[in-house]
Design a protein around this ligand. Structure first.
Ligand code: BES
Ligand code: MN
Ligand code: ZN
Length: 512
């Protein structure tokens, strides 16, 4: 899917369909008004007849037989006062999903007047939404019952700042493709997306984008002392892989951001085996890892002035004759011993060594992302991911960078009580802390492996994949946390203007 700029006026565009925005509570204006006037008020009529309620992403289609654009799709941006630039991703996604499924291959899409002065951010969201909108889950159907025919989206430049629009398109295209990459890696079933395959995909991303890559096999991981990571792999016939990708955007600096992603390619629970119901969803247990691999592709294209390393410990969690048993004690890279109470609490075991390795590489800031706890889904549902930190200033910067992206993160607390809950009678730590505050005892466990480095843990168990589709997004994998991580990287590099708030504007100026 290609996103480009067009300088043609809305009324003269030769295309499969013209897409125009409107607000549910104000009169048509801009391109929508111009086209509506030309077509004798058909759009206004459809809206007046309350064909739709006007929620974000709802739309009306009218045919314009004698016009070069054939059809007009008017898509709602919701209420005017609540507008946020990220809604443009949903606006474009809704249009592309609706029209692409009807075999429309090309569209021209208009921006609302709110884009004035923040062209780069708005064009980025539009591009991201268009590209993520075409993603379908029918990857393995011989004759897909849903396919999206869209190949080209042209953004109507009008009198907006062209250079800024182009900058936004480049950034949004890199981001949208990264989001779709994360989704493809995540949805691919575990018989295909083995640790070996995940490592091969990372190598491909690195080669295509000029990134450094290092994949540690079991022997090397063992020499590094990754006893916690390798304890999870013991029950599996698939060899584990420890993936390390590096982007050097600021070689003269010692600052290094580490992004550590959980790469469990399938989580059966191990000897503490999970019930059968919905176990198939556990192919998504590498979503954090997929996200950090994918965001590296966008980082390489956006080229922020920052050094970033992505670390993905990848393995299956299987039962078997060699599998780790409840009560076994394992030793992480930093020498801490862990009593494995429940083999289904495996994510924290592999992340422990991932975090130690980040420390070894000299990370000065660390973010981990993981589908870590069912408790997180109980606490926040599918509405938000959880964020836990050891550094309030760092998490404040992260939350500010993430907020405009449309991905939601809710900070949850750290108390020493949670660390106490993870103390073992026989080893330094145990890997479960009982039912209370399961997300936070898991975070407290991880905290033992980051020392004093500013660190944020993201639990994406409820947001990495969704059971329902929306007008702008297929059901299944969402690409969380790719958008927020790219924005964080830009923010740390002091280049937050495109992703976060428009043409050099600060995020405080956004009405959010
Ligand atoms: N991968 C799961 C967490 C999960 C559950 C993600 C549901 C997405 C949806 C994780 O490895 C796990 O099994 N966690 C256990 C921990 C418990 C044994 C302390 C859980 O949440 O039940
Ligand atoms: Mn588990
Ligand atoms: Zn898991």
């Amino acid at each position: 899917m290609q996103v480009r700029l067009t300088h043609d006026a809305a009324g003269h565009i030769q295309t499969g369909a013209l897409v125009v925005p409107f607000f549910s509570d104000t009169a048509l204006d801009g391109a929508a008004k111009e086209i509506d006037d030309k077509l004798g008020g058909v759009i206004a009529d459809a809206l007046a007849a309350k064909e739709i309620q006007g929620r974000l992403g709802e739309h009306v289609l009218v045919y314009a037989k004698d016009e070069p654009y054939h059809r007009v799709l008017a898509v709602s941006l919701g209420e005017c006062a609540r507008f946020e630039p990220s809604f443009l991703a949903r606006y474009a996604g809704s249009a592309v999903r609706f029209l692409g499924r009807r075999n429309v291959e090309q569209i021209a899409i208009a921006l609302p007047s709110q884009a004035q002065g923040r062209e780069a951010a708005c064009a980025s969201f539009l591009s991201e939404g268009a590209i993520t909108g075409v993603f379908e889950t029918t990857l393995y159907q011989e004759k897909p019952d849903r396919r999206n025919a869209m190949t080209e989206v042209a953004i109507i430049a009008g009198d907006l700042n062209q250079a800024e629009l182009e900058r936004g398109i480049a950034r949004g295209t890199a981001l949208g493709n990264a989001v779709n990459l994360a989704r493809r890696l995540a949805i691919t079933p575990a018989n295909l997306m083995t640790p070996t395959r995940l490592a091969e995909e990372a190598v491909k991303v690195a080669e295509q984008n000029g990134l450094e890559i290092d994949v540690l096999d079991e022997a090397r991981a063992s020499r590094e002392g990754m006893g916690s990571f390798l304890s999870v792999a013991r029950g599996s016939a698939q060899p584990p892989k420890f993936i390390v990708m590096r982007y050097n955007g600021d070689p003269s600096s010692k600052e290094l951001l580490a992004l550590v992603g959980k790469g469990i390619t399938f989580d059966t629970g191990g000897i503490s085996i999970k019930p059968a119901e919905r176990m198939e969803d556990m192919k998504y247990d590498m979503s954090g890892g997929a996200g950090v691999i994918a965001v590296m592709s966008a980082i390489a294209k956006v080229k922020p002035k920052l050094n970033v390393v992505a670390i993905v410990p990848a393995t299956e969690n299987m039962p078997g004759g060699k599998a780790t048993k409840p009560g076994d004690i394992v030793t992480a890279m930093n020498g801490k011993t862990i009593e494995v109470i429940n083999t289904d609490a495996e994510g924290r075991l592999i992340l422990a060594d991932g975090l130690c390795y980040a420390n070894k590489l000299g990370a000065t800031k660390v973010v981990d992302a993981a589908t870590l706890t069912g408790a997180c889904v109980i606490a926040l549902g599918h509405a938000s991911s959880a964020a836990v930190t050891n550094d309030e200033a760092f998490v404040a910067q992260f939350l500010a960078a993430a907020k405009p992206t449309g991905e939601r993160y809710w900070q949850m607390p750290y108390y020493e009580d949670y660390t106490n809950a993870m103390k073992s009678d026989i080893a330094d730590l145990k890997n479960t802390g009982g039912r209370p505050a399961g997300t936070l005892t898991a975070a407290a466990f991880l905290r033992e492996f980051v020392d004093k480095t500013p660190w944020i843990h993201l639990d994406i168990a409820g947001t990495a994949y969704l059971e329902n589709e929306s007008p702008w997004q297929a059901k299944g994998p969402t690409g969380t946390p790719v958008r927020a991580l790219l924005s964080l990287v830009e923010s740390l590099a002091g280049q937050a203007d495109v992703g976060v708030s428009g043409n050099g504007a600060r995020s405080a100026e956004l009405k959010v």
